[in-house]
Design a binder for this molecule. Sequence first.
Ligand SMILES: Nc1ncnc2c1ncn2[C@@H]1O[C@H](COP(=O)(O)OP(=O)(O)OP(=O)(O)O)[C@@H](O)[C@H]1O
Ligand SMILES: [Mg+2]
Length: 166
Amino acid sequence: MTPLAAPVGDVRVSASVEETERLGERLAPALELGDLLVLSGPLGAGKTRFVAGLARGLGTAGRVRSPSFILINEYRGRLLLLHVDLYRVEPMDVDGLGLEEEIGRGALVVEWGEKLGQRWREEALVVAFEVLSAHERRLSAGAQAGRGLALLEAWRRLAGAEEHGA
Ligand SMILES: Nc1ncnc2c1ncn2[C@@H]1O[C@H](COP(=O)(O)OP(=O)(O)OP(=O)(O)O)[C@@H](O)[C@H]1O
Ligand SMILES: [Mg+2]
């Protein structure tokens, strides 16, 4: 599978679990109904911790865990967050899951999202996770069009806000 590349300016290094969760939490206010976040990267890269941050940022009370067997977890906050993990799904089976219908109900965040076809990724914010060391993760964001680009702008503003001490 081809790695999802991103320009240098959209790359963030997280030095802790909390920092990864904070990135998700601070991106959450930008999420709208029908948005798609594609998370790619290896086991233990921090994708689920990032989703926990998104849920917290939407004002969800419950705990976020891997949706391994249920396939879709739902977190109700300001917006319904639909959390999917495609780890155990074959890329050829993805189109049969009915994700098109789900995305009309909330914002969709997909772990192992590299298994989604290009058609899906066109309007998505894609975040590629890499393991740098025991505690460091590199998160590289990219987008091609539409809401994906709007979310990429929000991602870039996170960096700006940090530099100004927010
Ligand atoms: N900077 C960091 N950000 C996120 N997680 C980190 C970081 N440093 C260490 N970790 C550890 O890495 C692991 C990340 O787990 P997580 O479940 O979020 O990964 P994942 O990408 O969802 O993996 P999987 O593909 O298995 O679902 C946790 O055990 C966490 O404690
Ligand atoms: Mg996970």
